[in-house]
Design a protein around this ligand. Sequence first.
Ligand code: SF4
Length: 644
Amino acid sequence: MKAGSRARAGIRAVRSSPTGLVAVGIIAIMAILAVIGPVVWGTAASRIDVVSAFAGPSAHHPFGTDRLGENIFLRVLAASRTSLSLAALAAAIGLGIGIPLGAIPSVMGRRVQRSAAAVINGLIAFPGILLALFVNTVIGVGATGAVIGLGTALVPTFARLAQTMSAKVAGLDYVTAARLVGVGRARLVRRHILPNVAEPLLITGAMSLGWSLLGLSALSFLGLGVRPPGYDWGSLLADGLTYVYENPLAALGPGLFIVVASLGFNLLGESISAIASGAAGDRQKRAVTRGRRPVTVVAGPSDGRPALAEPGASPVLKVADLSVTFNTRGGSFTPVKNVSFDVREGEILGLVGESGSGKTMTALALCQLVPYPGVTRHGELAICGKDIRTVPRTEVQHYLGSGMAMVFQDPTNSLNPALRIGTQMAEVAQVHAGTSKAGGLARAAKRLSSVQIASPEFRLAQYPHQLSGGMRQRVAIAMSLMADAKVIIADEPTTALDVSVQHEILRLLRRVNEESGAAILFISHDLAVIASLCDRVLVMYAGQLVEELAASRLQTGPSHPYTRALLRCVPTMSTDRSHPLPAIGGNPPRGDGISTGCPFAPRCERADSRCRQENPVLTGQQGSDRVACWHPYTAADELVSSPG
Ligand code: SF4
C-alpha cells in the first residue's frame, strides 16, 4: 500500500472510532490555538490593567485577572504555542536520541550491543521525572534546561522500545538476506529495521507528547521551566495557585488546558494502537483464510534427466571442516560438526535430514550469519576457488553476497513488508554493481520475468502483502538472481507453501538452475522432494554428514541406515493410508547427545558394540559416494521403499 493511501486508511480508521474522533478534535483545536494564539491574543494577554487586578471570572475575563490585571484566559490561549512546542521539542529529543541508541546496536557486534544495553539499563533505572529534574538543574533553570531535561528523561523509554523491537526484526529473514548481499549497517537500520518498528514508536511518541506536556508544566510550576517574562500553562498554573482561594479558575483554567491537551495526545496514542491491533488482526485473518498447510510429499522418482554437473566439474563452493559451536551458561553445544563438501558448477545439491539435524545452521555458517553466541570455525571456505580466509575481514560479507544468495522457508518473512518489491530488488544491484535505482529496477523487471511473473513492472510497484505466498517466493528467488550469485542456498523454500505451489516452485528452481547456471544447495527434510529435484544428496544427522550419494542412488539403495530409514518414511502410491505413516523410532540426540560412538546407534537396527564406542567418519572421496557407518548396506540389501 502506498504511503499516501496508508495515511488515508489511517485517517479513515481514526474517524470511525469515537476515541480517535475525540483525540483528533482535541489536537486540532490545540494546534489551531498554538498557531494563532500568540498572534491573535498575544498583545491583549500582556495588557496591564491594575484597576482590574484580581478580578473574578466574568464574560470579559472568563478565568479572572492576575495581580497586574492581565486577562488570564487570554494568557492561557496565548501560552498554547509555548507549552505545546516545548513539549513537542522534548519528545523530539527523546525520539531523536532514543531510537538510534536502541536500533543501531541491533546490526552491530555483540560488544556494542552489550554496551548500549548497559547504557539503556542505567538510564531506565532512574525515574523519568527525577532524571529530568537532574538534567534541568545541571543545565540551568529555564525553558532550555527543562526541554533538554524532559527529552533526556524520554530517551530510555524510546531506546528500550527500539532496542527490543529492532532486535526482533534484525533476526528476520529479509534482514539476514540483506546482510548477506552486503547491505551496509546504516542502510539496514534506515530501510529494513526502522520502517518495521515505526508503529509502536509512533504510538509511544504520541503518548510521550502528553507526558512531556505534563512534565514541562510541572517544571514551570516548580519555577524550573519557562521563566518570566515568558509564560506557559505550567507557570500560569503556579501563579494562579497563589490566589486560588479568591479565584479558583485562575489555577483551574490553565490546569484544564494541560489536562485536556495531555488527554488528547494519550487518546491519539491509544487510537493508533487500536487501529494497529485491528490491522494486525485483519492481516492474521487473511493469512489464516489463505491457509498454510503442512508439507505434503510432492514428488515421484527422479526423472532420469542427465546430471547437469559432471563429477569432474569444478566446485563453485568448497567447504572444509565447518563447525558451529554455541557456548552458553548451560554448557557447550555443537549443532554442526566438521562438515566438508563441494557444490559443483551448475548442480543442484540436496541437503536432507530431520528437523534439528543442523541443515539451516550449516547454511547460515556458510554465509557467516550464525547468530550470537554461535561461533563458526572452518578450514577452507572457497567460492569459485577463492578462499574467504584470504579476503580482508571488512569485505567478507560483500564477497559472500556476490557469490551466494539465500531463499528462505517463509516468503512472508523473506521480504521487507515496508518496501516495494522493486525497491528491495533494486537495492541488491545498487549495493553490488553500484547501478542507479532505475538500472536496478530494469534488472529487477527482467529477473521477475525470468521467474515467470507476468506484468513485472506492475509487480515492482507493489508491496509484499499484495502478493500471494507463491508469488512472494518467486520474488525471493528472482531477488537471489539479482547479484548473479554462483550458489543459491534454498532453505526449505517450499515448506510454507500449498502443494500446488510447491510443484511450481520446484519446477522454477530447476528452470532457474538450467537458465542461469547457478548451482543450488537445496535444503529440505523431505527426501521425496530432494530426490525429485537434486543431482546429488548430502544426508545430515545430529550435525554430521553421514552420507553423500548421487540422487539416482536413492532408488537403487543408499548405504547408511539413517538414509534408508528416511526412505522408509516416504509414502508411496501403495502405502496403506489407513495406518499411521511410518516414522523412525526414537529421537535424535539432544544437545551434543552421545559423546562417543555413532550418534544414530540408539535408533539403528544394525548397531553393535563397536557402533556404541566409535563414531565412524565419512569415508570415500569428497564429491563421490561417501558414507559414515561401520556396517553400511550394500546394493544387494533389499530396499523396502523408495521415494515416489
Ligand atoms: S555406525 Fe552402526 S549405529 Fe551407526 S549407522 Fe552404522 S550401523 Fe548404525
